[in-house]
Design a protein around this ligand. Structure first.
Ligand code: ATP
Length: 231
């Protein structure tokens, strides 16, 4: 089914066990993220945060319960059409041995340099890039320069922003960025993702203080939920 995503994500009593290990990562998780909202997910290592991101990306199907996007269950949506509308920045940044511009414009058929530059500005990495001799044509990876951990994370965020997604998922990808830059990126995201849905998995409280909802995961269940003020 072709589907123009608006961005409501609903987890309805979702349980999930990884098929290969038999580890139950989520138990009866329910929440709704509406378009325009930023939902933050926190919790100890191994509590199931990345699993929520993996399930929204439909890397696996849920074991029990369901996930609906705008009221349509995920397995009903055409996967590529759906994924083309979701920006996902995984915990392990993945960059190609290619130019910075092509790494950011990964989702496009044609190079659109102004859009690439804007995405780089929004991800607070533009200044770093233009300081390289070849700017956006700088090669990275095996055949080029090595970016710092924080630069890699921001290039990866720029790639997701470049897609202009209806849903943006950041899985703990601001860890190597200082708090001032983090604040800058989150502010930019606030305006880019206005009317769109953001899911932010984080460790630092500073990352999530402006979230509309905070979900605290513990051993695969939502132990607490609320806002920064209420928790
Ligand atoms: P972290 O903060 O360390 O990233 P997390 O809260 O994101 O942790 P998950 O990565 O969702 O936690 O892991 C939840 C549980 O599922 C853990 O017990 C983990 O070992 C297990 N798990 C995670 N990914 C897989 C996988 N691909 N295959 C099998 N088990 C997995």
């Amino acid at each position: 089914v072709m589907h123009q995503v608006k961005g409501e994500i609903r987890f309805n009593n979702v349980s999930f066990t990884y098929p290969d290990t038999g580890i139950q990562a989520l138990k009866n998780v329910s929440f709704t993220a509406r378009p325009g909202e930023m939902v933050a997910i926190i919790g100890r290592t191994g509590s199931g945060k990345s699993t929520i991101a993996n399930l929204i990306m439909r890397m696996y199907d849920v074991t029990d319960g369901d996930i609906a996007i705008d009221g349509v269950t995920l397995p009903t949506l055409e996967l590529n059409t759906y994924r083309s509308q979701v920006g996902f920045v995984p915990q392990e940044v993945f960059l190609f041995s290619d130019t910075i511009a092509r790494n950011i414009a990964f989702s496009a058929d044609k190079m659109d340099l102004p859009a690439v530059e804007q995405a780089a500005k929004d991800a607070s990495v533009y200044q770093n890039i233009v300081e390289f001799d070849k700017g956006f044509d700088t090669m990275i990876g095996e055949r080029g320069i090595t970016l710092s951990g924080g630069q890699k994370q921001r290039v990866s965020i720029a790639r997701a922003i470049f897609k202009q997604p209806q849903i943006l998922i950041l899985d703990d990808c601001l860890s190597a960025v200082d708090t001032k830059t983090e604040e800058e990126i989150l502010n930019n995201m606030g305006s880019i993702m206005n009317n769109k849905t953001s899911i932010i998995i984080a460790h630092r409280i500073s990352t999530i203080k402006n979230a509309d909802q905070i979900l605290v995961l513990d051993h695969g269940t939502i132990a607490e939920r609320g806002t920064h003020e209420s928790l």
